[in-house]
Design a protein around this ligand. Structure first.
Ligand code: ADP
Length: 445
């Protein structure tokens, strides 16, 4: 029924009932008309009071938090209460759903590898994700509503933000010890800005390393090339006497050997970087490789050193033979090259009792290395004494190769040294990659 019609009906019945009752009472005291009017008025007043009471109850509920149910009434106010309550509950559900969606959205932005910072039209921080907080050293809660330029004061950033030209990103560090950032501002809405940041420290470091590497390679190649070019020029203008020929040719051969070694080592490094990790179940026997490496070292030493070998026979290693041979040869070659004549070189291969790791150790009584150089020895082209390294045919890449090989096999390169006393280098391979050949193992058992 139409609610207004219902209310009019209630009022009519109250009026009628009051009027009839008043008329009956009035009739008894002989004032029927006055009684009817007074009764009708009382009926209407009672209906109005009852109606007001129900309205007041609903209003009181509306003024509150509306957490309890609306007053359960019949008729107009009952339906009004029910409808309002339903609308409120629907709105609450919709708000909760929107809130959950917003949270999901913010979680998504929070998980982004890039920093996201939202600025309002006055340049104040509206919101930032954890990554942006980390990039700029902000506190996502405390710094909300702060002017961004009060917190990020790097002049490059302040000028960029105030300049209003956001075609390209800028690169800067937001403070001492902070990461190098690439920052791009994207205006949106009415004067709002989205600040996207990316940590490019690693990229910068790799770029610098690549630049250094190219410069080093060019430098290493240019020197022998210049010498060779000099010889070629001389040969072109002055014919060599038969007596001079062997000396000049041997000098030229030295330079070409130098370039050759450099290119070989560079190729080895490139190969190490480009190939997948050695498989953990491709077993190779070490005996032959060890024998070959020691034989090469003896050849290089030409009996100038006392070389001793102590190797447990029958070991197997899960790895790439060429890589392991190259690493062992580099360590042994260094021992020969940096140990004066008559020095001692001890080569040892054993399985460490404490942890089962396979250890290839080269100990020499050579010139040794000062402590401060040790951490940098595996850097490419790092040499303690450049001229000695080059004189003995070094490229400055040997230990970089050894470290790479060790890491690719899950192992490490350990070194100890004392100037004037000698050095000890250990190529340590993890226990999981070392075992005794089945035949030898059963013989031992
Ligand atoms: P290089 O080709 O110059 O020998 P490496 O990478 O093999 O390059 O070695 C880096 C530097 O470490 C060498 O230039 C040398 O100064 C030092 N070095 C390496 N092995 C030894 C060693 N056994 N004794 C003394 N110094 C060594």
């Amino acid at each position: 029924m139409n609610p207004l019609l219902g209310r009019a009906q209630t009022a009519f019945f109250a009026l009628l009932a009051g009027g009839l009752l008043g008329g009956w009472v009035g009739n008894m005291v002989r004032w029927p008309i006055i009684g009817t009017i007074a009764g009708a008025l009382c009926g209407a007043g009672a209906a109005f009071a009852f109606d007001s009471l129900r309205a007041a109850r609903l209003l009181e509920w509306l003024r509150g938090s509306q957490e309890s149910a609306a007053p359960r009434d019949t008729g107009f106010w009952g339906e009004m209460g029910y409808r309002i309550e339903r609308a409120l509950r629907l709105r609450d559900v919709r708000i909760a759903r929107e809130h959950a969606r917003l949270q999901q959205f913010l979680l998504g932005i929070d998980a982004s590898p890039n920093g996201v910072l939202l600025l309002d039209e006055r340049g104040q921080i509206e919101w930032c994700n954890a990554r942006a907080a980390d990039h700029f050293g902000l506190d996502p809660v405390r710094d909300r509503a702060q002017r961004v330029t009060n917190l990020i004061r790097a002049p490059t950033f302040v000028h960029y933000l105030q300049g209003g030209l956001f075609d390209a990103p800028i690169e800067f560090a937001s403070g001492a010890g902070r990461p190098m950032l690439s920052v791009h501002v994207q205006p949106y809405g009415e004067g709002m800005k989205l600040v996207l940041s990316q940590d490019i420290t690693e990229r910068e470091r790799t770029d610098a390393m690549r630049r250094d590497f190219v410069a080093n390679v060019s430098h290493e190649i240019r020197t022998p090339l210049t010498v060779l070019a000099g010889f070629v020029d001389t040969l072109a203008s002055v014919p060599l006497s038969t007596a001079e020929q062997p000396r000049v040719l041997s000098l030229m051969r030295e330079q070409t050997d130098r370039i050759q070694s450099l290119v070989d080592d560079l190729l080895t490094l490139a190969q190490l970087e480009g190939s997948p990790r050695p498989e953990p179940d491709r077993w190779i026997t070490l005996d032959a490789s060890l024998a070959r490496v020691v034989a090469d070292a003896r050849l290089l030493s030409a009996d100038r050193h006392r070389i001793s070998v102590d190797a447990v026979p029958g070991s197997e290693v899960a790895g790439v033979e060429t890589e392991l041979v190259s690493a062992m040869a580099n360590l042994l070659g260094n021992a020969v090259r940096y140990t004066p004549d008559e020095g001692r070189i001890d080569v040892r291969w054993h399985v460490r009792e404490t942890d089962g790791c396979g250890v290839f150790e080269v100990r020499d009584s050579g010139i040794g290395i000062a402590r401060e150089h040790l951490p940098r020895l595996t850097e490419r082209f790092y040499r303690v004494d450049g001229s000695r390294s080059r004189q003995t045919g070094g490229t400055g890449l040997g230990l970089a190769i050894v470290k790479h090989v060790a890491q690719r096999h899950g192992g490490e390169l350990e070194m100890e040294s004392e100037p004037g006393k000698g050095s000890r280098f250990r190529l340590v391979l993890p226990a999981a990659r070392v075992r005794m050949a089945p035949r030898t193992a059963s013989t031992h058992a």
